[in-house]
Design a protein around this ligand. Structure first.
Ligand code: ZN
Ligand code: ZN
Length: 291
């Protein structure tokens, strides 16, 4: 038995960025350049511009030191889906599996957006998340859903998928539609010191990142059957396994969790709750019984 960790114990750099960004190229609050200026001013390392059903031309913009990633939020005719790392526009086919396949063919990442948006709390039905295959992940936090109908969180959807053996990642994104949406949810990815869009996309694709709304994770280390997570701020750190079961909890800055012999769960993940609504979510660690 062993733990499959998406993280590197000896990671060099953590880079922070937002992957769901609207500008005046669709219904966002600021021009592309003004949007870049705000995120760069907050110390972000990367930014994906994802206007509705269009891939924005990023040439001629001053990246202000960030890695700019071209993207698109595929919106029409079905549940919204991010295409991150887009080289071309993928048509909003009502069959979202075709959209996912198109994004994969383009070498991009595909992320289902705000599943619990709308008065039904059901923008993307769970059956659709279960039927579709080959996508990168889903938004477990979406910033615009903080103040519109629905629930900004979707860890319930994620745990149901992970419990069925799916290997998908959880993202936290701003989805900015008004100026106060900029900087409420982000992703922090491990790279080898490379700050390029390609290196960041590789890290995201492999799950080498955590999602955050304010708690900083300083270290994630997997050794044999133990995973230790350290946060910068004091937090309530919870280990969650199949079907949302709480396996361990502590209040502090560190929690080490060891998988017991013959575990009756197939994955576990860490959720850190800090001051107010601030949180951080690690990606899941999977238990392999091959050896
Ligand atoms: Zn959307
Ligand atoms: Zn959006």
């Amino acid at each position: 038995m062993k733990i499959i960790s998406p993280y590197r114990n000896d990671q060099a750099d953590w880079l922070r960025g937002n992957l769901h960004t609207h500008t005046t190229n669709s219904d966002g609050p600021l021009t592309p350049q003004a949007t870049i200026d705000v995120y760069a001013g907050k110390g972000y390392d990367f930014l994906a511009i994802t206007d509705h059903d269009t891939v924005s031309d990023l040439s001629g913009l001053d990246a202000r030191g960030m890695a700019l990633i071209p993207g698109n939020e595929i919106t029409a005719d079905g549940p919204h889906m991010l295409h991150i790392g887009a080289t071309k526009r993928v048509a909003p086919d009502p069959n979202r599996q075709r959209v996912i396949d198109g994004i994969r063919a383009d070498g991009g990442l595909s992320v289902f957006c705000h599943p619990n948006w709308e008065s039904t709390f059901n923008h993307c039905p769970q059956e659709k998340l279960e039927q579709c295959v080959g996508y990168t992940g889903l938004e477990i936090f979406n910033g615009v859903t903080v103040w519109v109908e629905g629930n900004p969180y979707a860890t319930d959807r994620w745990d149901r998928l992970l419990s069925r053996g799916r290997r998908i990642w959880g993202f936290a994104d701003d989805d900015c539609h008004i100026e106060t949406d900029l900087g409420v949810g982000w992703n922090v990815v491990q790279t080898d010191g490379e700050r390029t869009a390609a290196a960041i996309l590789d890290g995201l694709r492999d799950g080498r990142f955590y999602a955050s709304t304010g708690v900083t994770v300083e270290r994630i280390r997997a050794k044999k059957l133990t995973v230790e997570v350290r946060t910068r701020e004091k937090a309530k750190i919870t280990v969650i396994a199949n079907h949302g079961r709480r396996m361990a909890v502590t209040e502090g800055k560190k929690l080490a969790f060891t998988v017991p012999p013959n575990p009756d769960f197939t994955y576990f993940r860490f959720e850190c709750s800090g001051f107010g609504d601030r949180k951080a979510w690690t990606q899941p660690f999977f238990i392999s019984r091959d050896e």
